[in-house]
Write a protein that binds this ligand. Structure first.
Ligand SMILES: Cc1ncc(COP(=O)(O)O)c(C=O)c1O
Length: 446
């Protein structure tokens, strides 16, 4: 019998010839869309930040230590006992019917009156982001996004070769006038805006929230310019002072596609999120979802559904809010007490994050090795921009560490900032790339 040629060897040899000594032998075979797929700064930080001696203010993991595991455990046992055969079977591509009804009830908290038929259950809201990008974006299409923006959305947009145009925010979120200008300038350049991506509540990474009057104005601007809105709202129920703010989707059910998630209000391990979209879009979303995962996991969906019925989930969300509020307070107090003059930060009223901007001339990315040596980690601001801006800023998460660890982390960070300022005074400023708005606040802003 003829010996089958050793193709693996041929691939390696050919790639080695064409790629010289580059490490990835397959590099010339990848589709162009993979060129923008690089590990995020958040990901490459994980190994360092997870060392026990480092206070990590970097990760955005929800703190689920308060979940009643005995309750969840018995709900899951009951699920297996009573409906195991359905829970372990393939399900509908659009998602479990009962869960979609429950999702509609939850969205009423944000003023949304959606129909279960317009809901698509997804594998976390990250898959929802992937699906909306897949069905709307051709390479080179423009997506408008806040500056800074959620790193996971940016990497999805990049993987579909979208052109992200950032729009300035201030302490009240997206600035409507800047949105108007961006729409005008993109339109003047003859390019097509496919959608505006926005996180109106307790923004990741900026920690800011859009006030009601801005929501109305942003909706009006998008209506006039015929721009679709993707409203990403995983944190809406986690406000410290108010119940869930009214969603943009509550006032426009044709222009706004709403994304939600159980990751922050229950647990991210189930990977259950959703979209609420106009009927025609929903059909496309389901087709796109089926082509990638056939159906969202039935077991996870039924577990979430069971949890919503069998547990006081609203009481649990209240407990989460209290826990995150205590951590937010610890971080803001420590920042107020310890940070050197010239450092500025946002004051979140919910969610997980503070956005901090260093004194002029400092570079958060360049400073990171020194910070990790001083046993504190954060995410440099550049991770949250598609265009390399943000180097003077950083995201600080208060969701996971205890209040004591947060205070200690900020103490260590303040030391590093002071050292950097001394170095800068001695050797001169490093070049930084900033844009106005959150990254270059007015001198009297804290
Ligand atoms: C703004 C935003 N959108 C979407 C996600 C994705 O969440 P998940 O896929 O767990 O629902 C996150 C997670 O941190 C987020 O912060």
């Amino acid at each position: 019998m003829d010996q089958y040629p050793d193709t693996s060897r041929r691939i390696t040899d050919a790639a080695a010839t064409s790629t010289g000594d580059r490490l990835d032998a397959y590099v010339d075979r990848y589709a162009t869309r993979t060129h923008g797929m690089t590990a995020s700064e958040v990901r490459s930080l994980f190994s360092v930040a997870s060392r026990p001696e480092v206070v990590s203010l970097a990760g955005g993991m929800p703190n689920i230590s308060g979940l009643p595991m005995d309750v969840v455990g018995s709900l899951l046992t009951e699920l297996v006992d009573k409906r195991g055969l359905t829970a372990m079977q393939y399900g509908s591509g659009q998602g479990d019917a009962l869960l979609r009804e429950q999702i509609c009830e939850i969205m009423q908290t944000a003023g949304i009156h959606g129909h279960p038929d317009d809901v698509t259950v997804t594998v976390g809201s990250q898959q929802a982001l992937d699906l909306v990008t897949r069905i709307f974006i051709d390479p080179g299409d423009v997506i408008l996004a806040e500056a800074p923006s959620y790193v996971g959305a940016l990497s999805t947009f990049r993987s579909y070769q979208a052109d992200v145009v950032h729009i300035e925010m201030d302490d009240d979120g997206l600035v409507p006038d800047r949105l108007r200008e961006a729409i005008q300038s993109v339109t003047d350049s003859g390019r097509r805006i496919k959608f505006l991506y926005t996180i109106p509540n307790y923004h990741n990474p900026a920690g800011v929230t859009l006030p009601p009057e801005r929501r109305t104005e942003i909706l009006e601007i998008c209506q006039q310019a015929d721009v679709l809105i993707i409203e990403d709202d995983p944190y809406g129920l986690l406000g410290f002072d108010t119940d869930c703010p009214r969603a943009l989707r509550a006032d426009d059910d044709e222009r706004v596609i709403y994304l939600g998630s159980f990751s922050k209000t229950f647990a991210p391990g189930f990977r259950v999120g959703w979209t609420l979209a106009p009927h025609a879009v929903r059909e496309k979303l389901v087709l796109a979802a089926e082509s990638s995962v056939l159906c969202p996991p039935a077991f996870s969906q039924m577990a979430v559904s069971q949890y919503l019925v069998g547990h006081d989930w609203r009481g649990q969300v209240k407990a989460f809010r209290e826990m995150y509020r205590e951590r937010r307070d610890a971080m803001l107090e420590a920042l107020d007490d310890l940070m050197p003059e010239g450092t500025h930060w946002t004051r979140p009223t919910g969610g997980f994050y503070v956005w901090l901007t260093l004194p002029s001339g400092l570079d958060a990315k360049a400073m990171l090795p020194r910070a990790v040596t001083n046993r504190v980690a954060y995410v440099p601001g550049t991770a949250f921009y598609a265009d390399g801006f943000g180097s003077r800023s950083m995201r600080l998460s208060y969701c996971y560490p205890t209040p004591e660890r947060i205070r200690e982390g900020i103490r260590r960070l303040a030391q590093v900032v002071e050292q950097e300022m001394e170095l800068r005074a001695a050797f001169g400023a490093s070049a930084t790339s900033q844009r106005p708005g959150l990254d270059a606040p007015a001198p009297n802003q804290s």
